[in-house]
Design a protein around this ligand. Sequence first.
Ligand SMILES: C[S@@+](CC[C@H](N)C(=O)[O-])C[C@H]1O[C@@H](n2cnc3c(N)ncnc32)[C@H](O)[C@@H]1O
Length: 251
Amino acid sequence: MLVEEIIRNNMRYNKNGNIYSFIQDEEERPLWSQRLNNYFINSNADLKMTEKYKQNKLRINESAYKRFFDYISENEGIGVDLASGPSGYFSPALDRLSENYVFIVTDACPAVINAHSSACDNPNFYVFDMDLDKELPFKNESVTAFSGNLLNNVDHYADLINEAYRCLKFGGRFAVIEMFFEHGCKTYEYLNNQGAVWASFETFVEYCRNVGFVYKDSEIINSRKGKISDGDLFPLDDNDCSTDRMIYFEK
Ligand SMILES: C[S@@+](CC[C@H](N)C(=O)[O-])C[C@H]1O[C@@H](n2cnc3c(N)ncnc32)[C@H](O)[C@@H]1O
């Protein structure tokens, strides 16, 4: 399966090994990715991606994760992970790579891009350096599945969902792991007023349905009251509750 066959005809990009860079000018990098990159450089961080891939692959033993990775890799074609980030959470998908199942990870942080590029040398694995707040570089109805883990740092999450829909084949799959706030709590009210699609599970599903997706199912994998760490921006109130869920959609 040739990855270049799904790239739109008018796209400009540079190739370097398994890295395809769609960001031609450094000033085009999203701020969040620039900040993260500066943090990694200034702290001399080693992302230890090979180790993270190994650790995350063990998660396939948890039924919720097995289901998630089965869902995105069951059908032949090209799977794309959105804003893949430094966690390497997607690594169970790499055990399924073949000539008939190609996986592309995406991000705009150079340190993250390089860490993924070096951690997997399978010829059916690619790393796309691209801005997810812009139109995706894929042709209409070309991608088999999109996945994502905690995508709320992407500024235009709602537009990204529309773009994923455009690029997915009919019958294609969209599965995300996302943190949602309880409908009606202070953080929900604030995020909903800002137009954030991830304000609650209900707002997210409603938005995706309006885009055209068919909601299949979801599974709660974690729930909590208050912040995860002291420095977190959300929730705005220590009494606000949130849940992490896996959500499954189909085009
Ligand atoms: C909190 S992480 C998302 C979590 C990630 N999926 C993981 O499992 O590690 C945010 C990542 O999204 C990337 N990102 C944020 N905005 C982006 C954008 N507009 N385009 C591409 N990547 C972006 C950042 O560079 C960062 O690596």
